[in-house]
Design a protein around this ligand. Structure first.
Ligand SMILES: Nc1ncnc2c1ncn2[C@@H]1O[C@H](COP(=O)(O)OP(=O)(O)OP(=O)(O)O)[C@@H](O)[C@H]1O
Length: 629
């Protein structure tokens, strides 16, 4: 028998080193991982056998068996699942295939201290390789369903493994663990019974403890968890199933277990996580919900099952009505599946709606994690747009935490016609935007949008409750129509606050326009500024200022439009400039001041200056004059 020696991929060696040397206190999880792999292998074969029943002929009862030998200190886990051929072995047990595990190695490399590493192992679970927590040698004997050749994989977890041809009755995988000195008690029956009950009770396949006397004992419930009555399932079992089926390590925020009856029948066991799955922002936008047909696993993460904006939902849907021989390809456009998808979406929407009312804090935390993904539904899921819009939460200029649009509307001022918003990269910077000053002064609330997805849905949604969304960086501010509260800052102007007269302002504006030329689209008096001298806005017909910039960053527009410069006639600098313009509209300093005002507005906007050298020169000049005066 020829034996081939191979080296683990560098990442695996690193992982094994961590696993073997960690003093992780909960070693029990190795069994959970191996049983979970065995159960996945049975699920895979069950699916293959739908179109090719010969694959399981003569051995159609799936089973996971545990065999112990407390003389040789050996524990063996045997399944009659799909098995592996040589290429599978090298691919699966020589590299890190699972992206969660890859992330784990990355996190471990960063976590230098031992305590952190231990916590991380507990959270992630490291799949097959966790066997090396308890074993100093692992042998895998496996035969792929339909093949005649079996293979043996052996390793002591120290950088190398061997693969050789071997003999095996039937198909499947046997994993033999030669237990290390600290782990000998994993041959004890009561220990195994306890571990299987704790971690693997929900597995739909029997986990059987083989006893010498032939009186074998099934250790788990062995019925798929979702098929059991809710009253018989403990919260711990629900959580364990979530972790198993979603490869997750957080606690689910919501567990929704229900039976849809009527025109279509299916069972849903849906989980909404508390933490974002690793791949939430992957371009593939793949989901995690598994589809079963009468307890047979069909596929995972199909778009046909849940819309991408709900891709963070995991769990299981088991249909009574779909044909068992439905292939993954046939799922597309299957009318029954479309109905299930609509049913699931409605169910999740109503769960979210009720949580948003009853558990405000929990809902806000959910929104913090998943809001940016849910908002994708605003432009992709026209049917549910209004419900999603009501579920959406926003940061705003006048309230702390999150607010809904309904609450925003209830706080709108007399005369306020639109729902105002401003978009940018972070809430704090947005709060300081000059464009907000006039709104703040009148107590008018402005939504602060910071998710890139906002640039997509905002233009396509346009309205809520018949009120237009309007950017405060665009067009006229319409603040004159809004009635100020008594308490608001917009009281009668005192002497100092008196604006420049209209005629004087016109002269100044004309002088600035000449100085700025085509650098601006227009120069206007502002009613949105109170303390800043100037700001930039976009024309009514142009895109929102910040959205346009974001789109430019993402190469979605070639160039940004020319802006409008607004000046604040109550500002002392503008008053001084106006006096100057009145005396000599052609004074050279006016031209420099106009260009400085424009650059200042650009800086406030977070935009790059087209000519920083000229800016510095002008600033020097003006400062020198100021200091000399
Ligand atoms: N008992 C088994 N039968 C068939 N294939 C197996 C078995 N155990 C492991 N494998 C194969 O080896 C791969 C790697 O297993 P491993 O446990 O490391 O990762 P995983 O199962 O993909 O992820 P995780 O364990 O984190 O859920 C599996 O994806 C599977 O293809």
């Amino acid at each position: 028998m020829t034996e081939e020696k191979m080296r683990f991929e560098a990442e695996v060696s690193r992982l094994l080193d961590i696993v073997v040397h960690s003093l992780y206190s909960n070693k029990d999880i190795f069994l959970r991982e191996l049983i979970s792999n065995a159960s996945d292998a049975c699920d895979k074969l069950r699916y293959e056998a739908i179109s090719n029943p010969d694959m399981i002929a003569g051995d159609s009862e799936f089973k996971i068996r545990l065999m112990t030998d407390n003389v040789r200190n050996v524990l063996t886990i045997i399944d009659n699942g799909i098995g592996m051929n040589k290429a599978d072995l090298v691919e699966n047990l020589g590299t890190i295939a699972n992206s969660g595990t890859a992330k784990f190695v990355e996190a471990m490399t960063q976590a230098k201290d031992a305590k952190k590493s231990v916590d991380l192992i507990g959270q992630f679970g490291v799949g097959f390789y966790s066997a090396f927590m308890v074993a100093n040698k692992v042998e895998v004997i496996t035969k792929k369903a339909g093949d005649s050749q079996a293979w043996k994989w052996t390793s002591d977890g120290k950088g190398e493994y061997t693969v050789a041809e071997t003999e095996m009755d039937g198909r499947g995988t046997q994993i033999t663990l030669h237990l290390n000195d600290d782990s000998k008690d994993f041959t004890e029956e009561h220990r195994l019974r306890h571990i299987v009950k704790t971690y693997s009770d929900h597995i739909g396949i029997p986990v059987v403890l083989m006893k010498g006397d032939g009186d074998d004992e099934t250790l788990n419930e062995a019925s798929a968890l979702w098929t059991r009555p809710k009253s018989e399932i403990t919260p711990e079992q629900y959580t364990e199933f979530y972790k198993h089926s979603s490869h997750a390590f957080d606690e689910p925020w919501k567990t929704i277990h229900y039976q849809a009856e009527g025109a279509i029948e299916y069972t849903g066991l849906l989980y909404i996580p508390t933490m974002r799955p690793f791949d939430l922002y992957d371009p593939a936008r793949k989901g995690h919900l598994k589809l079963y047909v009468r307890k047979v696993f069909i596929t995972e993460g199909a778009d046909e099952l849940l819309p991408p904006w709900l891709r963070f939902v995991s769990g299981v849907v088991d249909s009574q009505d779909l044909p068992l021989n439905v292939s993954r390809e046939m799922l597309q456009d299957h009318p029954l599946l479309t109905k299930i998808k609509n049913g699931l979406t409605k169910k999740l929407l109503s769960e979210l709606e009720s949580s948003a009312k009853k558990d405000i804090e929990g809902y806000n935390t959910f929104w913090e994690a998943f809001g940016s993904v849910v908002k994708e539904g605003l432009y992709e899921d026209y049917t549910n747009r209004d419900r999603i819009l009501k579920l959406a939460r926003f940061k705003s200029s006048t309230v702390d935490g999150w607010t809904s649009l309904e609450d925003y509307v209830s706080r709108m001022k007399e005369g306020q016609k639109a729902i105002y918003y401003i978009s940018g990269e972070d809430v704090d910077a947005l709060r300081r935007s000059p464009q907000l000053e006039g709104f703040d002064a009148k107590g008018v609330e402005v939504l602060l949008l910071t998710d890139p997805v906002d640039e997509f849905w905002m233009p396509s949604v346009g309205q809520f409750d018949e009120k237009d969304f309007k950017s405060v960086t665009r067009g006229g501010a319409d603040l004159n129509d809004v009635k100020a509260d008594d308490s608001d800052a917009d009281k009668k102007d005192d002497a100092d606050d008196k604006p420049v007269s209209d005629a004087e302002l016109d002269t100044l504006i004309a002088a600035i326009k000449i100085a700025l030329g085509t650098n601006v689209k227009d120069v206007r008096e502002s009613d949105r500024l109170t303390s800043s001298a100037c700001c930039l806005i976009a024309d009514e017909s142009d895109m929102d200022l910040r959205m346009e910039r974001l789109m430019k960053q993402h190469n979605r527009v070639d160039d940004v439009s020319t802006r409008i410069l607004e000046i604040n006639p109550k500002h002392s600098l503008i008053k001084k400039l106006s006096d100057m313009a009145k005396a000599d509209a052609k004074a050279a300093i006016l031209g420099d001041a106009a260009l400085l005002l424009l650059d200042q507005a650009r800086i406030l906007e977070g935009e790059a200056l087209p000519d920083p050298v000229a800016f510095a020169r002008r600033l020097d000049l003006v400062m020198e004059k100021g200091l000399g005066a």
